[in-house]
Design a protein around this ligand. Structure first.
Ligand code: 13P
Length: 252
């Protein structure tokens, strides 16, 4: 099955709204048709409305970096998946390692959010990946499979087919020390096998799997050449217009 490559920026807690506007104006009209490469910027909640407005009618999609699992209610400070969809947001990153590490997010919580994302018309980008300690102890396989079994529990086959999974080894995030492409491919293949075990081969072949961790214009081609890597989730190198455009063009 041929899967459309998917390159997404994860801005994390960076850039002002003014800078985000300038970025959108510069990039929105320059990305290729989503039928050849899908591109998205996932931005802080404060930036989403402006980004959606400025990218309307363009091929650049907008994503959030997190959401709550309820539509509305007494959840001070949280972002509703229903409102994100209403705003015109398409994707939501869930279970990023920074949310797991600094905000105590568990796989059970990530699972509730993943289900809520689908129920509210968003496409979740579910992140998984091991720490350096786990990697060195040879536990990567165990960590990734056990994360995904819980994160994806209860999704229908139709939902699972639309899913995006980002494999992000924690030791490669923001460190400049990217995983070599054979390691990244082996782990992305493991993600696909895990989805196959949970569903079936058709579902596994439909799921898009991204590698994330120090991806740059200079190394993206190595990852995109791998069979089970369908794209990248990019932090630092997605913050500058030129570098983001280069990353997308390298994929075409
Ligand atoms: P860097 O590309 O800055 O390593 O960040 C990766 C990441 O966490 C994307 O979600």
């Amino acid at each position: 099955m041929s899967r459309i490559p998917f390159i997404a920026g994860n801005w994390k807690m960076n850039l002002t709204v003014k800078e985000a506007r300038e970025f959108a104006k510069e990039v929105a009209t320059k990305v290729p048709a989503a039928s050849s490469v899908e591109s998205a910027i996932c931005a802080p909640a404060t930036h989403l409305e402006a980004l959606v407005e400025l990218t309307k009618g363009s091929e650049l999609a907008i994503g959030a970096e997190n959401c709550h699992f309820e539509k509305s209610g007494a959840f001070t400070g949280e972002t509703s998946p229903y409102v994100l969809n209403d705003l015109g947001v398409k994707y939501v990153i869930l279970g990023h390692s920074e949310r797991r590490e600094y905000f105590g997010e568990t796989d059970e919580l990530i699972n509730k959010k993943t289900i809520a994302a689908f129920e509210n018309g968003l496409v979740p980008i579910v992140c998984c990946g091991e720490t350096l300690e786990e990697y060195e102890a040879g536990k990567a396989v165990e960590v990734i499979t056990s994360q995904l079994r819980v994160d994806l529990a209860g999704l229908t086959k139709e939902q699972a087919e639309k899913l995006v999974v980002a494999y992000e080894p924690i030791w490669a995030i923001g460190t400049g020390k990217s995983a070599d492409s054979s390691t990244a491919e082996a782990c992305c293949q493991l993600v696909r096998e895990t989805v196959c075990g949970l569903y079936d081969e058709t579902t596994a072949q439909a799921v898009r799997i991204q590698y994330g961790g120090s991806v740059k214009p200079t190394n993206i081609k190595e990852y995109m050449a791998c069979e089970d890597i369908d794209g990248a989730l990019i932090g630092g190198a997605s913050l500058k217009e030129d570098s983001f455009k280069e990353l997308i063009m390298a994929t075409k």
